[in-house]
Every structure is written in C-alpha cells, then in structure tokens.
Design a protein around this ligand. Structure first.
Ligand code: SAM
Length: 280
C-alpha cells in the first residue's frame, strides 16, 4: 500500500465491513473484510457486531456506511463510470450494472496492486467491464484514462469519494476542470469536500483523536491545510447543475446515519451532486 493515504482506503474498507455487520446496515460489501485481513492490521474493529460507542467504528464508520449506500444508489446508470481515488471500492464486483457499462478505477499503483491481489485470492469476478488505471491525480491523468479506453463522447458518472481533502486546492481545481472537459451532456458527478480547514475545537474531536489512537492514521496530518476551493461554484460556472448536501440530509432521507453533534468534523463535509444537461 502507498503509505498513509493507502491506509485511509483500508480505514474505509474496515468501516464498510463493520457497516455490513449492523442489524440496520445501510450497505453491504462482502469483500471489505478481506482487504483488512490481508493487510495484517490489528485494528480493534469488530466483524460481527456494531460498535456504536466508538467514535471511529461507530460514528465515523456510520458516516462511511451512509456514503457507501448513497453512492451505491447513485452510480450505475451512465455508459461510463470513473472512480477517482477508487481505493478499495468494490462496486464493480457487487452492483447491478447496465450491460455495456465500463468502469474505470483510478488510483496509485500500490493501492490497485494490493486490491488486485486480494480480489484474485478470493476469486472475485467483476460484474461489469472494469479497467484499473494507475495515475497520480495531482498530475495529468486524462491521457492515461483515454489510453485505457475512456471515450469522452459518452455520458460519464464521476465519483470522488474521500479523495479531495487529500489534494491541494490547485490539484482539486485542476481535477474539476479536467473532468468537466471530458464530460459529455448527461454526465454526472458526486464529490465529497470539506468546506474549510477546521478550527482547534473540531480538530480535537474524538473522530480524529480516536482514528489516530486506534489505526495510527493522522487524518488531520493528511488533509490539505490551506483554504479549500469552491468547486461547486466552479462547476456551476462551467454549466453544471449543482446540489450541495450535508451527510445529515441523507441521514434524514434514509432514516439512518450520523446525526450532528457539537464540534463535529462531519459538519463541514459536503456531498455535492452535479449534472450536465442531457442532449435534447
Ligand atoms: C480515503 S481513500 C477513499 C477510497 C475510496 N474512494 C473509498 O471511498 O473507499 C482515498 C484514496 O485516494 C487515493 N489517492 C489520494 N491521493 C491520490 C493521488 N494523488 N492520486 C491517486 N490516488 C490518490 C488513495 O490512494 C486512496 O485510495
């Protein structure tokens, strides 16, 4: 795995395994547990029961579970889907895709290599045409995507789930401009962003201190520490229809998920859904 940023993919996979074990599970991922076991991590996650009182596996885990469910419902539908910072996403192996769909998974070579080994070891078979693409999303990744078979003339669903907080403002803006250029009418985008760098009270949240203590992952040290760009405004200026949501909006809609608390790291997260106007 590629150091701490690769470990964050394992953190989300562990949360998905945990979510699947809940009696009121919002999403299932039968492959998630295999990744965490294969990585040999001794994280105190339970594979068989919910742990609501843990800030990491309870509240943050529930956040990831809700996000997984929202995107499971959102993604299948366009001829192409591109997962930006795909990590250990297994939607190509577990969702019902329209025939002739093509899924691209973009991430670093080490993350994709680990994912491939684990999925092969459990005999996982993709349910859709799937192409992993090794890239650094801070650079020029569009040529590699097109070389891998992406066709800019087809509507695409783009997903940046848990990626943008790790990118600089410049890299985020460049990524948005690039994907917009590659988006035929009828394309859609989901991205998760933090509105701003958080203040000291939020940075002291048990979500951050607990994640560091239980997994060794210093999320605050990984997040870009400068003002965030307004990508929603940028996309609107490029002609996209944009809806900005909090995770709590989806908790209300689905009847399960995290609720707001004081000094809450989840409060500054936005789940943005953008669409280009389909051709008449
Ligand atoms: C928190 S994980 C999220 C993974 C997946 N989207 C999910 O929600 O399960 C972030 C992922 O972004 C990838 N990533 C971060 N920076 C990247 C970069 N510059 N280029 C490519 N991938 C990157 C990491 O390797 C990691 O797999």
């Amino acid at each position: 795995m590629a150091g701490d940023v690769g470990l964050t993919a394992l953190l989300v996979a562990a949360a998905r395994a945990q979510e699947a074990a809940r009696p009121d599970s919002l999403a299932g991922d039968e492959f998630a547990e295999h990744f965490v076991r294969a990585a040999g991590l001794d994280w105190p996650v339970s594979w068989s029961a919910a742990v609501d009182d843990s800030p990491v596996w309870g509240r943050l885990g529930r956040y990831f579970g809700l996000r997984t469910r929202v995107l499971d419902d959102f993604v299948p539908g366009t001829p192409q889907t591109v997962f930006l910072g795909a990590g250990l996403d297994t939607r190509a192996f577990r969702l019902d895709w329209p025939s002739d769909s093509h899924v691209f998974e973009l991430d670093r070579a080490a993350v994709l290599g680990f994912k491939h080994r684990v999925l092969a070891s459990v005999g996982a078979v993709p349910l859709v045409k799937r192409t992993p693409v090794e890239v650094d999303l801070r650079g020029n990744w569009s040529a590699a995507l097109i070389d891998a078979g992406f066709y800019p003339g087809l509507p695409t669903t783009w997903v940046a789930e848990g990626l943008l907080p790790y990118l600089s403002a410049t890299a985020e803006t460049s990524l948005m401009r690039t994907l917009s250029t590659l988006s035929e009418p009828g394309s859609r985008l989901f991205y998760e962003a933090k509105l701003a760098v958080e203040g000291p009270e939020v940075r002291a949240s048990p979500i951050y201190t607990g994640t560091l203590a239980e997994t060794g992952i210093d999320l605050l040290g990984l997040f870009a520490d400068h003002p965030r760009p307004d990508s929603a405004a940028l996309l609107a200026s490029l002609g996209w229809g944009v809806t900005v949501n909090t995770c709590f909006d989806f908790t209300t809609r689905l009847g399960a998920g995290p609720l707001p608390v004081a000094a809450d790291p989840l409060a500054s997260n936005r789940w943005v859904i953008a669409t280009t106007t389909p051709s008449p």
